[in-house]
Ligand binder design. Sequence first.
Ligand SMILES: Nc1ncnc2c1ncn2[C@@H]1O[C@H](COP(=O)(O)OP(=O)(O)OP(=O)(O)O)[C@@H](O)[C@H]1O
Length: 245
Amino acid sequence: MAFCHSNNLLLYMAQPSFVSQPVAQVIHTDIYQLGDRLVLEDVNFSIQKGEFVYLIGRTGSGKSSLLKTLYADLSLKKGSVQVAGYELNSIRRSDVPYLRRKLGIVFQDFQLFMDRNITQNLEFVLRATGWTDPMKMKTRIAEVLIRVGLSGSLQKMPHQLSGGEQQRVVIARALLNEPEILLADEPTGNLDPEVSEEIMRLFLQINKSGMAVLMATHDFDLIRKFPQRVLRCENSKVVEVTTPV
Ligand SMILES: Nc1ncnc2c1ncn2[C@@H]1O[C@H](COP(=O)(O)OP(=O)(O)OP(=O)(O)O)[C@@H](O)[C@H]1O
């Protein structure tokens, strides 16, 4: 297991060299919100390729701030963070879009363009991330929609889809550039329990294909039903927990 508490960093560093490079590695890192407010201190953990990790903690404990740090939305003042091959300590502003292509980001609020159909929503992201060939874009959009079980929705407008289906589109959007890790912030927060479970099964299915997932959630029913590794934000620290519920 690659996680380390701050007092056993040596154990962490003593991992044999054949262990694959983690997709995310956070060492002795302080997490600040805007206005220089320290939210989490001395954070240490790593996530290996293909791992599924829940991130839990009370409201305001720092889950979103941690995720924002990983996708370079909050800047790093102290510590070392490496994500998808990028050192965030030294990342240039101009490289942030390239980092984000290697991450899939899923939020609670779907953030789809409501005046564009599903194909157009996905096309927008492909164009913004450098795709130009219309045939390749069409194929990629069809692929990701099949993956999330929405192959019949290419021309639908977001309002014609249920909440669960809209979240599936958001997950499809996050998959477009085949990221190494999905960062999900309360992805089931707006969904009823049955639909939440379906979305969770989708995340697990994607995870099985080798993509790491870090999911912030308050949903203990999901954690009980689909146990995975758990990190908890509490008292300004991030700790690994074995009995979260
Ligand atoms: N944009 C912001 N500017 C300044 N402080 C913020 C901002 N966003 C959050 N904070 C503060 O940072 C702390 C951590 O908030 P964060 O949103 O990371 O917690 P969280 O665990 O994700 O909470 P929730 O479960 O409610 O989403 C809180 O004290 C919050 O008030």
